[in-house]
Write a protein that binds this ligand. Structure first.
Ligand code: SAM
Length: 279
């Protein structure tokens, strides 16, 4: 996979992508990351990339000409051409107004040969870039950053760790938080696994078995695979219900899962009623 990042701050990327999995992916030839300095596609003495917005208002806006020229210089075909050729490429405009980036989208992007990231700055990017150059606008969350660089680094990391061979044990990326195992989903059951299926991950422990009076849960030390599976699954269900109940709607749940969740909810109601009685 090739990732091209277009930015006015190319030095930003010295560091974040030079560690761990993204570094290894580049060293082993699985991935290539190239950073492009947008200012090289300007034609004035001041290397101007921004201008005031039409209609007035706050701040400056990234001009369209350097962005179009930059992508043309990289051999990125116009959008209609890419679509017609079903090219396995995508031009991603980072934007707070974009579609929310998710693990599911990371998996979709990991199937592509090339992703071009356009990092905005100031008040944003001339809308013609979203309308005619980019294939999609992506946001990494409901907050506003000063630029798209941090968001591009986040997406590159999330996508590259899903490339086959990027992570030592590929199975580990299939049982993580948010991951829906499509095979399991199509068979309508989650009972063969303790892994994610759309839930948050289960808790992990390592040695020592006891640390400052804090012991590792007994089930994990039992050596009984079924007991371990059930314990992990139940903790994942509890954590998801507590921290991200919205995920439960899209999660693949077995009958055993649903019964367990119903039990927690029943207990909560009983607890609330007892508290009310005491008041
Ligand atoms: N005026 C814009 C708005 O209110 O939506 C915010 C512009 S922001 C200060 C500058 C640039 O940061 C954006 O063009 C975008 O590239 C990037 N950015 C900010 N928040 C982002 C987010 N949540 N996800 C992805 N990129 C973001």
């Amino acid at each position: 996979m090739k990732a091209d990042i277009v930015t006015i701050f190319p030095d930003f990327f010295r560091g974040p992508l030079d560690y761990g999995i993204t570094r290894r992916a580049q060293e082993t030839g699985l991935a290539k990351i190239e950073v492009h300095d947008l200012r090289q596609f300007t034609h004035d003495r001041h290397r101007t990339v921004d201008d005031r917005p039409f209609g007035g208002g706050e701040g400056m806006v990234l001009k369209p000409e350097p962005l179009f020229e930059c992508l043309e210089s990289m051999g990125v075909a116009p959008r209609e051409e890419r679509v017609a050729q079903r090219a396995k490429q995508s031009v991603v405009l980072l934007s707070a107004q974009g579609q929310r980036f998710t693990q599911e989208l990371a998996a979709e992007l990991a199937l592509l040969d090339r992703i071009v990231f356009v990092c905005g700055r100031y008040e944003g990017v001339d809308e013609r870039v979203a309308d005619f150059l980019a294939d999609r606008e992506l946001s990494i969350g409901d907050y506003v950053l000063s630029g798209g660089e941090m968001a591009a680094a986040v997406i590159v990391e999330a996508v590259m760790r899903l490339l086959p061979g990027a992570v030592g044990n590929q199975a580990s990326t299939q049982q993580e938080s948010f991951t829906v195992d499509v095979k399991v989903k199509s068979f309508g059951g989650a009972d063969s696994t303790c892994g994610s299926n759309g839930l948050l991950d289960y808790p992990h422990y390592t040695r020592p078995a006891e640390f400052r009076g804090m012991a590792v849960p007994e089930a994990l030390m039992s050596g009984n695979h079924e007991e371990i599976r059930r314990w992990r699954r139940q903790r994942a269900l509890e954590k998801t219900l507590r921290n991200r109940p919205d995920l439960l709607e899209g999660a693949v749940l077995s009958e055993e899962d649903s019964k367990f969740l119903a039990g927690i909810k029943r207990n909560r109601i009983e607890l609330d009623e007892t508290r009310d009685d005491r008041r």
